[in-house]
Design a protein around this ligand. Structure first.
Ligand code: B12
Length: 460
């Protein structure tokens, strides 16, 4: 059967476009192994317009169109589904990903052009679904599906999570227009770059984290399995830099030790980055040295707030001494070090945002990232606050998807600007950045200015 796997088009930060959607990569491999013909249409990376999308669908003529969607992409997903159904009424539309996994039935009822939703992990479900569609069989026995039947919405049992992640075949990167992603990369040492995921799920309880797909328990690929994928990427496909996008790459120190040991033994001269952030609570000299020797050069830490009360309220499970120790250790070991903060968190106030700024200025990381608190479906905060409805979130910060902050737009913009400006616009920061990182520091400075100008233009 012919299956097209697509992303919806939306306004995104440039850096967001540098990675392939790994979820679709995993599905692509699973489907091809089951004998299907698959074509990827990464509309967001290729920036395709409606006419181009129609032409691509017509040329491939798939029976199934599968789309991946986070909550912030649902509006765009709805448009893509409508476009597909209007032009190709016979096509069977399927949506998977974090949003439908959190809200299976309501997604189906709100998207009239959607035939089938897949909630949870998709590799086995999509294969079983396509087999059933080929055979004309009914869909009732397939776990992880929500669909329409005689005017009703039917939700099947959830599918159990894949027990051993090593059983999954590696994502099919060759199916993507690989050259495009690297054009969007801004923070790297060497190209070509690609991304991998080595764990699924997270045992921590941060109230803002959406766990609809992988659940609360953590599953880890073995060191051998991770190294086998790295070998393929480095030795067969020529990648020179790998970004690990895990929620929690360093949770099992023995596994990290084994992976780093293998990287060194094989003599790979490849750069590694952890742009998604690691936790501060187990980051020490030993781990820092291990990662550094293996070629890791960029570390982000998920700090979220400089206010201890807010950290407690969001159940982050860290304290500020650990943050201080982790950031100074990373800097001492020569990492390019980033700290992530979130403004507008539950229990926060202008005073909390100021405490975040003070902490960042005290620790002087190389970069500071500022996010806006948005309770996503699938997060504890969203699921417990029955008055919340993601459909009412504002699109005032469109490259973040949207904001569901309880604070108004003015507050968010003001705090965002305050944190970024007061952190970045200090001569000492630039001197340190260049002293520590030379050309990479200079590149970062250029980027900081570009971001600043962009924000100014937007804010007027
Ligand atoms: C890497 C990542 C990013 C990268 C994306 C790079 C890329 N091109 O994919 C970047 C940094 C750009 C990013 C940005 C954001 N992200 Co993000 N991101 C992640 C992260 C850490 C990993 C995603 C991933 O690759 N997972 C691995 C693959 C295998 O899983 P998957 O994509 O879910 O796919 C599986 C299933 O969902 C399903 N499936 C998925 N699609 C489809 C489609 C079909 C047809 C089928 C059948 C099945 C199916 O099958 C797949 C295989 O099992 C996840 C957390 C996580 N651990 O998943 C958050 C996550 C997806 N991000 C999230 C959010 C909120 C954001 C931001 C809005 C944050 C912000 N405020 O800026 C932005 C949005 C940017 C945008 N415009 O889209 C939330 C989404 C929650 C929600 N309800 O929508 C998550 C879940 C984090 C969290 N725990 O809260 N993100």
């Amino acid at each position: 059967m012919k299956i097209m796997l697509a992303t919806p088009l939306m306004k995104e930060r440039r850096a967001d476009l540098q990675y392939i959607p790994l979820g679709l990569g995993y599905l692509c491999t699973a489907l091809k192994r089951a004998g299907h013909e698959v074509l990827i249409l990464d509309i967001r990376a290729e920036r395709l317009n409606d006419q181009q999308i129609i032409e691509r669908i017509r040329a491939f003529s798939p029976r199934v169109l599968g789309i991946t969607a986070k909550t912030c992409q649902i509006r765009e997903t709805a448009s893509l589904l409508n476009l597909a159904k209007q032009n190709f009424p016979e096509i069977i539309t399927v949506v998977g990903g974090p949003h439908v996994s959190a809200l299976p039935e309501s997604t189906l009822s709100e998207l009239p052009s959607l035939d089938i939703g897949v909630f949870g992990e998709g590799e086995l479900t999509i294969v079983e679904l396509c087999e059933a569609l080929s055979a004309g069989a009914d869909l009732n026995g397939i776990p992880g599906l929500v669909f329409r039947e005689k005017g009703n919405i039917v939700k099947n049992q959830p599918r159990s999570l894949v027990k051993n992640l090593d059983d999954l075949a590696f994502p099919d990167r060759d199916a993507f227009p690989i050259g495009i992603y690297n054009r969007y990369a801004i923070e790297y040492k060497a190209k070509p770059i690609t991304s991998i995921i080595t764990t699924r799920g997270c045992p921590y309880k941060c109230v803002f984290c959406s766990k609809s797909v992988f659940g609360a328990g953590e599953r880890l690929r073995s060191a051998a399995n991770v190294v086998a994928e790295m070998r393929e990427l480095i030795e067969e496909k020529g990648y020179r830099e790998i970004h690990i996008l895990d929620d929690n790459f360093t949770s099992d120190l023995k596994r990290v030790r084994d992976i780093c040991h293998e990287i060194k033994t094989r003599g790979w001269k490849v750069h590694f980055s952890l742009p998604n952030g690691i936790r501060v609570n187990n980051f020490d000299d030993e781990l820092a040295a291990l990662l550094r020797e293996a070629g890791f050069y960029w570390l982000w830490f998920g700090v979220e707030s400089g206010d201890p009360e807010v950290l407690k309220r969001i159940k982050k499970g860290i304290h500020l001494d650990q943050v201080r120790k982790a950031v100074s250790t990373a800097k001492r070991h020569g990492f390019f070090t980033g700290m992530y903060f979130v403004i507008g968190l539950p229990g926060s106030s202008p005073r909390s945002e100021k405490m975040s700024l003070d902490l960042a200025r005290e620790l002087e990381p190389d970069v500071m990232g500022v996010g806006i608190f948005t309770p996503y479906p699938g997060s504890e905060f969203y699921d417990q606050q029955t008055h919340l409805d993601w459909k009412h979130y504002r699109h005032d910060f469109a490259e973040h998807g949207f904001t569901g902050s309880q604070f108004d737009t003015d507050y968010i913009l003001k705090q965002f600007d305050l944190l970024s400006t007061r952190f970045y616009f200090r001569p000492a920061y630039y001197v340190n950045l260049i002293r520590r990182h030379g050309m990479m520091g200079v590149r970062r400075i250029r980027l900081n200015f570009k971001n600043f100008l962009f924000r100014r233009l937007r804010l007027g």
